[in-house]
Design a protein around this ligand. Structure first.
Ligand SMILES: O=C(O)[C@H](CS(=O)(=O)O)OP(=O)(O)O
Ligand SMILES: [Mg+2]
Length: 227
């Protein structure tokens, strides 16, 4: 498999198959939303866009990164969402990196959103797809976020059918700037358990596929086929 690893600003063409990686924290959060029963996650282009969607659909939940804010129901923290009852709910998510990365490749034929919590299911999806050229969008720090790069490289190895010891990849992610900032409480809207939850390998059995539905980019879980 020919894998390339690009930051959002480095995307000069529309890839056929894109895996958008945001370990800390957007797509760990999205996986937890599905794990808690959410039906779909609508990826919003802006804070105002998220609030407009919520105004049109008052039953939807709006989630943003950073500090809590008026009009939003939740923040971008897996630990703060891990006990929420979200059965059948739609969540509108807007974050600094992850949702921006997914929207940047909205024209791709296949868009997966991923973190370590869905790594093997994502790799399995790619193996089943049989695509030879996969673009990994490394959403953090202009394509240099260690946690996203480590996760992307791990998924690429597994998608190519190679054995890969996850320990080194997880260690690299755990030593990232994002992990340090979360541990130190620098990032607002966080919980002390966020880093550990972001580094839980294969916590969930589904991949996450984003696709256009009407004018929206919508993320849904894609269960792994029976082995
Ligand atoms: O919520 C996050 O961890 C980040 C935003 S910030 O770096 O904390 O400001 O957003 P994400 O898009 O999930 O990387
Ligand atoms: Mg991030």
């Amino acid at each position: 498999m020919d894998a390339r690893f690009l930051g959002i600003a480095e995307l000069t063409d529309t890839p056929s198959t894109a895996v958008v990686v945001d370990v800390m924290r957007a797509f760990t959060v999205a996986a937890w939303l599905f794990g808690r029963g959410a039906e779909k996650v609508v990826l919003a282009p802006s804070l105002d866009g998220a609030l407009a969607l919520k105004a049109r659909h008052p039953e939807w939940l709006a989630l943003k990164d950073g500090a809590p804010a008026a009009g939003f129901d939740a923040v971008n923290s897996p630990a703060l969402l891990r006990s929420a009852d979200l059965a059948g709910r739609t969540v509108v998510q807007k974050t600094t990196a992850g949702t921006v990365g997914a929207l940047a490749v909205a024209g791709a034929s296949t868009v997966l959103c991923a973190g370590f919590v869905v790594a093997e299911a994502t790799a399995r999806f790619l193996r089943d797809l049989g695509e030879q050229r996969v673009t990994f969008v490394v959403t953090g720090e202009e394509g240099r976020a260690e946690e996203d790069l480590a996760c992307a490289r791990y998924i690429a190895r597994r998608a190519a059918g190679e054995e890969a010891d996850p320990a080194g990849f997880l260690r690299r992610a755990g030593a990232s700037r994002a992990a340090a900032e979360l541990r130190e409480g620098v990032r607002e809207g966080s919980h002390p358990d966020d880093v550990a939850l972001c580094l839980e390998l294969d916590r969930f059995p589904f991949a996450m596929v984003a696709a256009r539905e009407d004018s929206l980019m919508v993320l849904r879980p894609h269960p792994a086929p029976a082995a």
